[in-house]
Write a new protein. Structure first.
Length: 190
């Protein structure tokens, strides 16, 4: 594969969008790296592109010791940080976590974490938390033995009215209307 303008721009800018999708072999050093590796930027004509690290190794390259593209367990750095953030959110859920608290738990700056999460998730922390909360609330409301008040309590809301307001803001309909839709869909499938 040829080195495209976009790929070379990613190498120069240490942009992580291509990490894990392609790997760059640097002819002058004999090393294969993630495109975002912070090693010295190679000249464009010294780059060979591979789709897997094993293809690069078969061609005579050795994996970079800095970015470690051969570590199968390791994800590209941004994806690993986003996964760690998701894990922290999951352990504290349904209690909402601020970006500052999350950044402190992950030992990074709030600004860096916020930019990374938007790049990986395509949304900010607040929207991600709202989506997770809405999914949890929908699962609770799908259980007909739970009252809306009990679902509100299990979703971490202090009152059914606050639960209804938040649910309507995120989902677009009230919890009662959502339950009615669930019942109607259940009757259609019987």
């Amino acid at each position: 594969m040829a080195v495209t303008d976009g790929l070379y721009r990613a190498v120069v800018d240490h942009d992580r969008r291509f990490d894990g999708r392609v790997y760059i072999g640097i002819r002058t050093t004999g090393i294969v790296c993630f495109p975002s590796c912070h090693s010295r930027t190679p000249r464009r004509d010294n780059i060979e592109v591979f789709f897997t690290v094993s293809d690069a190794v078969k061609s005579g390259y050795r994996p970079c010791k800095r970015c470690r593209p051969d570590d199968a367990v390791r994800r590209p750095p941004d994806a690993a940080l986003a996964a760690a953030a998701d894990q922290v959110i999951g352990t504290r859920f349904p209690q909402k976590v601020t970006l500052t608290e999350l950044a402190a738990a992950l030992y990074v700056s709030p600004r860096h974490l916020g930019r990374t999460l938007k790049r990986v998730w395509g949304m900010g922390l607040s929207e991600r938390w709202d989506r997770r909360w809405a999914l949890h609330a929908k699962l609770l409301l799908a259980n007909p033995s739970l009252s809306i008040a009990k679902a509100a309590h299990l979703a971490g809301e202090p009152s059914p009215s606050l639960f209804s307001r938040r649910f309507r803001r995120i989902v677009g309909i009230t919890p009662r209307h959502y339950r009615m839709q669930m019942r109607q869909e259940g009757k259609k499938h019987e």
